[in-house]
Ligand binder design. Structure first.
Ligand code: GLU
Ligand code: MG
Length: 465
């Protein structure tokens, strides 16, 4: 993963590397390269080029409209003062350091892109560039981050009636039966991910109907966001090879437990994990405490980035392990911020913060940028971290929750958009174009399904992410 913004004519060394790569890829039987990015609505959009086009792509980018900054997940369009409309074109530059040959899609390689204007400036709507710049800025202050995104998904039968979800396994949650039922899919998924250099930590059957989870090793934040996109598309390709449907939607079927995309994050300075080497609770340093406090302070506003779909609010419910309350707890699966201390002997490596309210409708670059901005704002203000919460906050009375400062996260996307709009920290971090696009796209998604039943909302977003 490069740390450099693209430049017209190519990043240093890229043109020569692209020349070598295109020959090498062609000799491996690769015909095309997918240029991948994620829009404001959380949809993975792409353009594909033949391998012979790689030199031109790293030199001058590949054209694509900026209209996707304000496109909804169903392809309809909204606009803001700064984004939308039929005019303009951007250049998409692949990141060669992140290029991967796709194991489950013979003939294809994949690379995430960054977006430049035709004047050679970083496009203000480019969420990957935004995250890279934020990470570089923090590194300039001596702090680096490690992150990973957990991938929960539901497997469905492809011969089910179109409007229905029929789980592709029937065994009990976390049970061996589910692994036996989808043994070939699971083995092929592990093999494809390994071939692509993804270090999988675990694959397990989850709680909800047809649900499984893959968790992967931590990388720098941009690498982690790239990886979360790549892992999902790999799982999708493997599912398709097995005649299965796969859903990463927050709520596959209304009324049940949903699928999350929990984000793990840790801050490091001089090789030390700031969540493990301090004198605070669970070994947190003052930096880690204020960083976590900053995230909790912004969590309602962050919901517009972490739980950005109408479907997200069918999932983000108390007592569903989705983290519906803005508070933290030690290994508490009902707190939006679950502190993972790790096992004795390994804590200095393993300790991290898990943000549970996140789902996979989120653009992972925006989600991580928002979390880093919120945490950093906490650090800049030396925000104190309140007490941890034990048990399920839903079991407390309203008065007890108020006394402990535990807030319920927004209960719908409209409230999340309002909270985001009222957050100077997040609006400033994203900049005017992206912040405006986030609000317009969230309000657009709300309007699309305003009159729909929960069942229809789940159905409308079941297969889009
Ligand atoms: N499926 C739950 C969610 O919606 C999470 C379950 C777990 O803690 O792994 O986030
Ligand atoms: Mg899980």
């Amino acid at each position: 993963m490069t740390t450099l913004d693209p430049v017209p004519g190519g990043r240093p060394g890229d043109v020569a590397l692209a020349g070598e790569l295109s020959e090498q890829l062609a000799s491996q039987g690769v015909a095309g390269v997918v240029l991948s990015w994620v829009d404001t609505a959380g949809i993975n959009r792409i353009k594909a080029i033949p391998v012979t086009g790689l030199v031109s792509a790293v030199s001058w980018g590949v054209g694509m409209s900026p209209v996707f900054d304000t496109m909804l997940s169903d392809g309809s369009l909204v606009s803001t003062d700064l984004a939308g409309g039929p005019q303009g074109d951007l250049r998409h530059f692949p990141d060669l350091d992140a290029l991967v040959v796709l194991a489950a899609q013979p003939g294809w390689a994949w690379a995430p892109i960054d977006r430049l204007t035709q004047d050679g400036e970083v496009h203000a709507g480019c969420s990957r560039s935004l995250l890279r710049r934020l990470v570089a800025d923090l590194a300039g202050h001596g702090v680096t981050f490690r992150a990973s995104v957990e991938i929960e998904f539901a497997l469905g039968l492809s011969d089910a009636p179109p409007a229905q979800f029929e789980p592709a396994c029937t065994g009990p949650a976390y049970g061996m039966t589910r692994l036996v039922e989808q043994s070939d899919f699971c083995a092929d998924a592990l093999a494809a991910l390994a071939e692509q250099g993804v270090d999988v930590h675990q694959l397990h059957p989850e709680y909800a109907a047809g649900q499984y989870e893959v968790s992967v090793g931590a990388l720098d934040p941009v690498g982690a966001a790239d990886r979360s996109v790549l892992v999902r598309q790999t799982l999708r390709a493997v599912a398709r090879n097995h005649g299965l449907l796969i859903s990463f939607a927050p709520s596959v079927v209304a009324g049940g437990v949903g699928s999350g995309g929990h984000i793990h994050l840790s801050a490091w300075r001089d090789g030390e994990n700031l969540h493990a080497v301090g004198d605070g609770p669970l070994g947190m340093t003052p930096y880690a405490q204020s960083f976590v406090a900053g995230i909790i302070a912004e969590l309602p506003a962050l919901s517009a980035l972490l739980s950005p779909s109408p479907s997200s609010y069918l999932r983000l419910l108390p007592s569903n392990w989705s983290g519906a309350y803005a508070c933290w707890g030690h290994e508490n699966r009902e707190a939006a911020v679950r502190l993972v201390a790790g096992m004795v002997g390994n804590r200095d490596r393993a300790a991290n913060v898990e943000i549970k309210s996140t789902d996979l409708a989120a653009n992972p670059y925006l989600a991580l940028a928002g979390l880093l901005a919120a945490g950093t704002s906490g650090v800049q203000r030396s925000l104190p971290l309140g007490d941890p919460v034990d048990g399920d906050p839903a079991a407390l009375s309203d008065a007890e929750r108020a006394r402990l400062g535990i807030r319920r996260l927004p209960t719908d996307l409209s409230a999340a958009a309002d909270a985001f709009e009222a957050s100077p920290v997040l609006r400033q971090a994203l900049g005017d174009l992206l912040a405006g696009a986030v609000v317009a796209v969230r309000r657009g998604e709300v309007a699309r399904v305003a009159e729909e039943s929960p069942e229809n909302v789940a159905r409308a977003f079941r297969w889009v992410y």
